[in-house]
Ligand binder design. Structure first.
Ligand code: UDX
Length: 447
């Protein structure tokens, strides 16, 4: 009989995972503790912008015309415990308020709610990004609190999906990593993932701590690549070099690779910044803090980029205070193809200039509602051209395709001054300069 799957937590990761599991042919039951979320999902609506996710949900959510009916949602833990052979725990692990460490309260609450309902043999699979050692602790918790005892087993299966590519990354992962303690757990997870769609991805079997560490070290490596190229941008800036050419040239070396070498205002979002901080905090607890002191520098290079963008804008406006200056900001989300503004470098730069007296007008293709909620005092416009109207300087801070396709001549007609600062090194300098703009990007020559 086919395995029955539950997905606990229907945020970014959980909603995508639940839809993907239904797409793979499983009967899936998703649980969340927020009633509004469950109601939305039951209607086939997604609480965030993610390309392709709503279509995939609607294809499977029970009750939607023409759907397979394989995907249902509930708030009832007993129903989840009764239903599932495999339970994926996908709740979030944010940064603890005012600290570097990770907040495990949602994970702990999920295990506390689920365990008493595990009466039958089941595999609980943690997908959340957690401090190393958590799986050991949670396995002991299950053994103690699940009525099924040892038959309710734990596995750890980190998730590597990127926002904006969540569906694609889930259905076609570049690797599957499972931390297991028994052959049975490995066999069950192979059964889940060895399907016509996910087949062919490398399947790496590890112990618990390694599985947990794979995720945090992968994110640390990515953060390091970005901060490395941003450090090179600072040097290029000082030496009149061109960091975009430098990145291209070093990227031809296969050992280095081209990806994640785009200099600019740095990384943000709900993962990389908090994951490297939580990793440092955990290493400290383990007595291995020296091994990760470099991550402190990675974090500070990253945060410095935001300040440097503010300084570039100040210089572009003549070097004085921002008071009375009109600044157009293109982009609010932490990356394109997402409406996520968590720890967004773009909004941080916009906010800093606003706090220093600048008159900031922001436009973003998908992130306006979230940006307004987070920064209600900033100015907002309904289009790029409206944001740019009357601006003394334009800041390009999130590299949406829409911005790359803008007509610099048309924007030049409405701007007070034709000065654009490209905080993502993603626009074509020649195109903008041809239309009479002064184009400036971090780590690149001025003309
Ligand atoms: C990341 C990891 O990539 C993913 O594997 C993990 O599961 C979750 O964290 P995500 O947060 O969606 O995914 O974003 P990602 O594409 O990694 O970008 C992170 C940030 O780095 C963005 O703010 C992006 O603008 C920035 N970035 C990326 C750069 O500044 N330069 C680059 O070259 C690449």
């Amino acid at each position: 009989m086919a395995l029955k799957i539950t997905v606990i937590g229907t945020g970014y990761l959980g909603a995508t995972h639940a839809a993907a599991m239904a797409e793979l042919g499983f009967e899936v039951l998703g649980l969340d503790v927020v009633p509004e979320k469950i109601e939305m999902l039951r209607r086939g609506e997604v609480p965030m912008y993610e390309p392709g996710l709503e279509e995939l949900l609607r294809k499977h959510v029970a009750g939607i015309e023409g759907s397979t009916g394989r995907l249902r949602f509930t708030m009832d833990w007993a129903e989840v415990g009764e239903f599932g052979d495999v339970h994926f725990v996908c709740v979030n692990t944010p940064q603890r308020h005012g600290e570097y460490a990770c907040d495990m309260s949602y994970v702990d609450a999920a295990f506390a709610s689920l365990a008493p309902h595990l009466r039958n043999a089941a595999l609980v699979v943690g997908k959340s990004t957690v401090p190393v050692g958590s799986a050991d602790r949670l396995a002991a918790y299950l053994a103690e609190h699940a009525p099924a005892g040892e038959d309710a087993e734990l596995a750890w299966n980190p998730e590597f999906l990127r926002e904006g590519f969540a569906v694609q990354d889930t259905l076609h992962p570049d690797r599957i990593v499972v931390g297991v303690r028994s052959e049975r757990a490995e066999k069950l997870l192979r059964e889940v993932y060895t399907t016509p769609i996910a087949d062919g991805s490398p399947f790496v079997v590890t112990d618990f701590p390694t599985a947990e560490l794979v995720k945090t070290s992968a994110n640390s490596f990515l953060a390091t690549k970005i901060s490395f190229i941003n450090a090179m941008a600072e040097v290029c800036e000082a030496a009149d070099g061109d960091v975009a050419k430098l990145a291209e040239a070093i990227g031809y070396d296969d050992r280095i690779g081209k990806k994640f070498l785009r200099a600019g205002i740095g990384f943000g979002g709900g993962c990389l910044p908090k994951d490297i901080r939580a990793f440092m905090a955990r290493a400290g607890e383990l007595g291995a803090d020296q091994a990760l002191t470099f991550l402190r520098e990675i974090d500070s290079i990253n945060m410095r980029q935001r300040g440097q963008m503010v300084e570039l804008a100040r210089q572009a406006l003549g070097g004085g205070p921002f008071l009375g200056k009109r600044v157009a900001v293109l982009g609010a989300t932490f990356k394109p193809d997402s409406d996520d503004v968590r720890d967004s470098p773009a909004l941080n730069v916009a906010g800093q200039i606003h706090l220093q007296g600048g008159q900031v007008t922001v436009y973003d293709p998908k992130g306006m509602d979230n940006a307004r909620r987070l920064f209600p005092t900033l100015g907002y416009a309904d289009s790029a051209i409206e944001a740019v109207r009357g601006a003394d300087v334009v800041l390009h801070l999130t590299e949406w395709r829409e911005f790359r396709e803008l007509d610099p001549a048309a924007l030049g007609e409405v701007a007070a001054d034709r000065v654009i600062l490209d905080g993502r090194n993603a626009l074509d300098p020649a195109l903008w300069r041809k239309a009479g703009w002064s184009y400036r990007a971090m780590g690149r020559p001025t003309a």
